[in-house]
Structure formats: C-alpha cells, structure tokens
Design a protein around this ligand. Structure first.
Ligand code: ADP
Length: 610
C-alpha cells in the first residue's frame, strides 16, 4: 500500500486546520483590540490636548480682548507669557493667530523671530477661523525627528465672533509607542497561546488519528493474509465503535477465508485424487488449472500447459475453435497413442458461466478409454476370428457335401474320403466350440478348480508315458525329473489339458528324429516345468503372442494340423488360475521351450534343482 505523504496525513491536516483557525481568531481579536486601543489612546491624547488648549484659549482671549493700542507690542509679550505657562512635554508648539491669519505669538523659541507677524498659510487655521469650529486633528510624520506629530487648530471665540485661532502641534509619538508596546505584548501572548494550542492540538489529533492509523495497518496486514492482528479499542466513542466493528469484520473475514481455504483444499485433493483428468480454462480458452491425471494422460508438464489454448493442448485446433468447444454438447474421442503405448481419451466439455450468461471458461473432463477401446477392439477381433474359424470348415464341408449331393456319393472310391473330410471338419468345429466354451467359462469365472494333492512327478510322467506309447513320429523323449515326491495342489483334469496341449504342439512342430525334453525344477516357492522341442521355433516378435486367443505364428501349418489357435490361451488361463505363470522361449530354427510354474511349498530340508 502507498505510504501517506506527510501533508496528506489526517494528523497534519487536523493540526494545520486547528492552528489556522486559532490564528484567524487571534488575528481578529488582535485587530479589533489594537484598533480599539489605538482609537481610545488617540482620543484620550486628543482630549487631554483639547482640555488644556481650552484653558490656553481662555487666557489668550483675555489677553487679546484687553484694550491696548494696536501697535502695542506688549500683546505679543503677554501672549508669549501665557503660552509659556502651558508648555508641557507633549505640546511641541502653540501658535496664536488673529482673524486675519497673522501669527501673533508662538511658544517655540526658535520660531519667535521668524514667524511673528507673518501670515499663516495653514489650511487648517483658515478652516478653524471660517467654520468657527475645531477641524479634526491630523497626524503628520516628521521625517527629521522620526516621530508623529498631531496638528490641531481651535478657533478663539468672543461670543459669536471669531477673533483668532490657536494652532497646536503636539507630540503623539508616545501614544504610538504605547500602542506598539501593547501590540507586542499581545503578539507575544498570541505566540505563546498558539504554541500551547499547537501542542494540545497535536495530542488531540493523535487521539483521532491513532485508531485510524491502527486500522490502516490492520487493513494492510489483512491484505497480506494476516488476520491475527487486532485493532486496539481506545474508548467507547464513534472511533471505538469503528474499531470494534473493524475487529468483527476481521473475524468474519478470517472465518470465510478459512472456509474458502478448506473448500479449496478439498477441491484440490478431489481433483488430485481423481482418476479422470480435469482441465479448466479462462474465458479466452487458455488453460488455468490442470490436475495430475490430465497431465499424465496428455504426457505433459504443467508449465508446458498453463496459459496455452485448450484446443492446441488437446491437438484439435484444426477441427474445433474455442467457440466450437463451448457449444459442444457431446464428448469427443482423442487419440494420444504412441508407438509403444495406446491411449484413447474421451473429452467431455462443460461451460462455466455467470447468472447473466457470461462465459467464465470451460471445464474439460478427460476419461481414459484405452482399456474399454482395447476390450472393444479385442471383442471385435474375437468375433471376427470366431466367424473366420467357423467359416473355413463350413465352407470346406459345404463344397464336399455339394459334391456328394451331385452324385459323388455313388462313387465308392471318393465318397468315403469326402465323408471323412466332413467328419474331420466337424470334429475341428466341435473342438473349437468346446475351446470357446472353456474360455468363456473362464472369462466369466463360472468354474471352480477341483483340486487335490498329487505328486507332480508321477502325474507328469503318466502324461508323458501316454504320449510316448501313442506317438507316431520318430521323436525321442528325454525326461529330467527329480526322483522325489513333489506334492502340489492341482486340478488334474485341467492341468492334463494344459500339458496335453503343450506336448501336442511340441510333437506337431518337431522334425523327425527330434528330441522332446521334459524338465521339472524345484524353485524357492514353486516348481518350474518346461517342455522343449527341436522344431522350427517361433520368430522373436511372436514369442509372447502365442498365448493370445487365435494367434498362430504359422497359420497354414497350425490349421493343417487341426489347431484352433486357442490351446495356449486356455493353458494360460488355467495356469494363472492355479497361481502360476506360463511363458515361452524360442529360437527360430532351433526349437521352442514352454515353461510354466506351479506354487509349491517345500516340506523337507532337501532342495532339488537339476
Ligand atoms: P494351435 O491350436 O494353433 O496349436 P496353440 O494356442 O496351441 O494353438 O498355439 C498357438 C500358436 O503358437 C501355434 O499356432 C503355433 O504357431 C505356435 N506354437 C505353439 N507351440 C509351438 C511349438 N512348440 N513350436 C513352434 N510353434 C509353436
């Protein structure tokens, strides 16, 4: 938050306003007081001069009305005597002037020789004589002496007749000095009171601004997420009430903040633990949030995804614009498969909008459909395989039956052979259907293992013996089986089918004179059985696929030998139902080994591994 400048602070503003108001009050008081004082003192001075001048006027009139010859110089002398009797500190000069404006006498010695008998040109003298009243005194400034002088004139009346006038210059400077002195005292007092009021003002302002500053700091702390701070309540006035309300607000905010935070955490944990991917965008379609599942599905990191357009992230920018996605009501499939890993996603779009309808963004839910797609693909493949497998013998049978129907049945040489083919094909179909039923039962877990404890060596040898006695090829058998009892809990019927299938395959693919080896090894917690032949082998790329349904490495040969392509798939299901594993090892041109394990617990100290 921006710092408040010193002249912008309420504290300083308050003190400034306060001081200015007091200053204004002092100014008005001072002005009024000094004006009043000046007027009063000046009036007092003028009145005191006036009082004394009336006495002078009386004495002068007496002298002027005395009968004496006109050229009698004793008038001037006697007037001078009268004037000297009234000399004082504040009266500088008194002049006596007759009605013809001739100066008869002056109290100032320096002027006596030069002025006596002269005509007075002073305007105020003339006005006093003409108007028969005293004009208002005027104050002049004497530059030489640097003092103010009050000039006044007074008519000398004899009844109603003006017989002359008195011209008085009085020293009023003292009055002004007195006013200045009083003003100085007043200014000093004002300065002291101003200083005191400023100090008081600062303290008073603090009582207002301190809670406000406190609240400002609190608001700043809240903006940074600190809700633990509290504003101090200084009293129960409006400020105190405001502080209480502020603290209440802080508590409310803290509560809603923690509720929001808890909701946010809940949402984040829901998003993170969802197996579906969730992406949200802003209103321009740029990714603003993405959970780990979505990142995993898109094989991206969050820094590569955030703020990028959603249609670009989903790789659909050519087909759909962001506006199209907003309108999208159906989910769309997305293929993110790589060469090594298939990945089919399904994206569902929903728009987040305000009540006004303003679009805030888009929420995209990504569902991993790979497994379903795979199952669906396998299902389609399976149906097509089954149809194919059934169609081949049926087509063969139809052509043979047609030939028989067209008359071949009469031919004793051909008819048995044709019937034999249809019988073989029918048997192959029965085998196929039986195998399919077995697999279907296993897939739907509709079967139970009918287990019993048997010695595996005895069991295994009896199956090998059966093949050894009935074999029609030039193939020799070699058994490497430990000469001990290996008791395992197995469903003998099902395991017989597995071993039968593996041995028949070994015999099918063995060349004349080849050796089929049978081996049983005891491992830590299992026995490992292997049946190896010296046949054609299987190309490396196909080795792991021979356990898939209908997979045939060598199609023509397998079919010719009556195989359904389901034998090893059934074997795999059965071995895993026993808790074991089955796998193949094959080198093309050298031979194939099929291994499987069965759970086995050793009961004695002996351990066999041959
Ligand atoms: P089939 O009925 O075709 O034998 P299986 O499920 O038993 O079906 O075997 C699947 C495929 O695995 C066979 O078609 C064959 O190509 C291959 N296969 C199985 N065993 C051997 C073996 N011992 N030597 C060579 N190829 C084999």
């Amino acid at each position: 938050m921006r710092k408040v400048g010193i002249f912008n602070s309420i504290h300083v503003k308050f003190v400034l306003i306060y001081v200015l108001l007091i200053l204004l009050a002092l100014q008005i008081i001072g002005l009024y007081f000094s004006r009043g004082l000046e007027t009063t003192l000046k009036n007092n001075f003028t009145n005191s001069i006036k009082d004394r001048i009336s006495l002078v006027e009386f004495s002068v009139r007496e002298e002027m009305l005395k009968e004496r010859p006109s050229d009698d110089p004793s008038l001037e002398t006697s007037l001078r005597t009268v004037l000297s009797g009234f000399s004082s500190d504040d009266i500088i000069e008194i002049r006596v002037i007759d009605s013809k404006y001739r100066i008869l006498a002056t109290s100032l010695f320096d002027h006596q020789k030069t002025m006596i008998g002269q005509k007075s040109t002073d305007d105020m003298v003339k006005r006093a004589v003409v108007s028969e009243t005293s004009p208002l005194p005027v104050i002049l400034y004497n530059k030489e002496k640097r003092e103010r002088v009050q000039k006044s004139t007074h008519p000398i009346m004899n009844g109603n007749e003006v017989i002359g006038a008195l011209y008085v210059e009085s020293n009023i400077e003292k009055v002004f000095q007195q006013i200045d002195q009083i003003n100085r005292i007043l200014a000093g007092g004002a300065a002291v009171s101003l200083t005191i009021t400023i100090i008081i003002g600062i303290f008073i302002a603090q009582t207002f601004t301190r809670p406000i500053s406190d609240m400002r700091r609190q608001a700043q702390a809240m903006a940074k997420g600190n809700y633990s701070r509290k504003v101090r309540v200084y009293g129960n006035d409006e400020m105190g009430q405001l502080a209480i309300a502020f603290n209440h607000l802080t508590n409310q905010l803290l509560e809603s903040q923690s509720t929001t935070e808890a909701e946010r955490r809940k949402l984040a944990s829901v998003l993170e633990n969802m197996t579906d991917g969730v992406i949200s965008t802003d209103r321009k379609g740029r990714v603003s949030l993405i959970n780990d599942s979505a990142l995993g599905m898109l094989r991206m990191t969050s820094d590569l995804v955030l703020n990028r357009p959603i249609n670009n992230i989903l790789g659909i920018e050519k087909e759909y614009s962001f506006e199209d996605l907003i309108e999208m009501r159906e989910s769309i499939p997305l293929d993110f498969s790589t060469e090594d890993e298939p990945s089919i996603l399904r994206a569902t779009f929903s728009v987040t909008q305000r009540e006004t309808g303003f679009v805030n963004g888009l929420i995209i839910v990504l569902h991993d459909n790979t497994e379903q797609e795979k199952i669906e693909m396998e299902r389609r493949e399976f149906v097509s395989n089954v149809s194919h497998e059934l169609r081949t013998p049926l087509t063969t049978m139809r052509s043979y039956l047609e030939a028989l129907a067209e008359g071949a049945w009469r031919n004793e040489d051909i008819a048995p052979a044709f019937l034999n083919v249809t019988q073989t094909e029918t048997e192959r179909m029965i085998r196929l259907v039986n195998d399919l039923l077995k697999l279907s039962r296993m897939d739907s877990n509709e079967y139970e293992l009918d287990t019993e404890w048997v010695d595996f060596n005895t069991f295994f040898n009896s199956i090998i013996d059966r093949f050894e006695f009935s074999k029609s090829q030039e193939v020799s058998f070699r058994r490497i089986v430990p000469p001990v009892d290996l008791f395992v809990e197995i469903d003998t019927d099902k395991l017989t089918q597995v071993i039968d299938n593996i041995i028949s395959n070994a015999l099918k693919y063995s060349p004349d004179g080849g050796i089929v080896r049978f081996n049983v090894a005891v491992l830590e917690d299992s026995i490992r059985v292997s049946i190896s032949d010296e046949g054609l082998g299987i190309p490396a790329a196909n080795v792991n696929r021979i356990f898939d349904r209908f997979f045939r490495s060598d199609k023509a040969r397998s079919r010719a030998m009556g195989g359904t392509g389901l034998g090893l798939a059934i074997a795999k299901e059965m071995i895993s139902a026993h808790g074991g594993k089955i796998w193949a090892h094959s080198v093309e041109g050298e031979g194939t080994s099929i291994f499987f394990t069965l759970p086995y617990e050793q009961h004695d100290d002996g351990e066999w591994d041959v």
